[in-house]
Design a protein around this ligand. Structure first.
Ligand code: NDP
Length: 231
């Protein structure tokens, strides 16, 4: 399979790229700033030189996404999966009175508009693939049912990402393209921190099983094992 992964230079994105390579897939690794802070990805490229294509891809910049899609289109005839993993979590402890509206905008720019613009430009290539799957990495923080009165910008952007995923699922169902919004678990990454009980590698195994359709789920919003999450 040809699999596009955004934010592939660290955290869950890198774990997904690694697991996909181990399974013999070709990874188009979207990276905001190739070269900096991407040692893990460089190691992966060295280990699987035929299977990794690194593309500059800043999900907050439509020109960058368009250019990346053109680059991918010139190298590949089709794409079979897109995993939108890139995201930011800002203003962790801000209560409403302290909310920094610029950070709210930035969060929506990256966490919501990012996946939208990535899919807008990569969908033509994805339509040429087979057994296609789109995974928008969301979060339990975006669950209405689990609203916890914090992380406003992050939670709201993920909640809206779930809605975008629901819309897209409906639009692409006739084409046989699967769409999920997926909570990867609380995992040890720069975002998740050291206290997290889970690890990115195990989450990536579950997500790749969904990408390969070894695990299937009817629900839109699921976790990495394919179990339904409350919207
Ligand atoms: P990290 O903070 O470890 O990594 C975030 C990644 O997103 C980095 O690769 C970063 O690139 C990239 N990124 C940020 N902004 C952009 C941008 N504008 N363009 C391209 N890439 C960008 O996060 P995680 O790996 O933990 O998170 C992965 C996904 O999982 C996210 O969607 C997150 O919301 C979700 N999630 C994570 C949880 C956890 O416990 N870790 C829990 C629930 C959900 P750069 O190095 O350039 O900054």
């Amino acid at each position: 399979m040809n699999i596009l992964i955004t934010g592939a230079n660290r955290g869950l994105g890198l774990a997904l790229a690694t697991e996909a390579c181990k399974r013999g897939h070709h990874v188009i690794a979207g990276v905001r700033s190739p070269g900096s802070d991407a040692e893990g990805l460089q190691k992966l490229l060295a280990a699987f030189p035929e299977q990794v294509t690194i593309l500059p891809l800043d999900v907050a910049d439509e020109n960058s996404v368009r250019y990346a899609s053109e680059q991918a289109g010139s190298r590949l005839s089709s794409l079979d999966a897109v995993i939108n993993s890139a995201a930011i979590l800002l203003g962790r402890d801000q209560k409403l009175e302290q909310l920094d509206m610029e950070q709210v905008e930035q969060s929506f720019q990256i966490n919501l508009y990012g996946p939208i613009v990535v899919l807008k430009h990569f969908l033509p290539l994805l339509r040429q693939g087979s057994q296609q799957v789109i995974i928008n990495i969301s979060s339990e923080a975006g669950s209405f049912a689990g609203a916890y009165g914090g992380d406003y910008s992050y939670a709201l952007s993920k909640s809206a990402l779930n809605m975008f995923s629901a819309q897209l699922k409906r639009e692409l169902a006739p084409a046989g393209i699967i769409v999920h919004a997926l909570h990867p678990g609380w995992i040890k990454t720069d975002m998740g921190g050291d206290q997290a009980p889970g690890d990115a590698a195990s989450s990536a195994v579950g997500i790749l099983n969904l990408v390969e359709r070894k695990t299937t789920a009817d629900e839109l919003f699921i976790d990495h094992s394919g179990s339904a999450m409350r919207l």
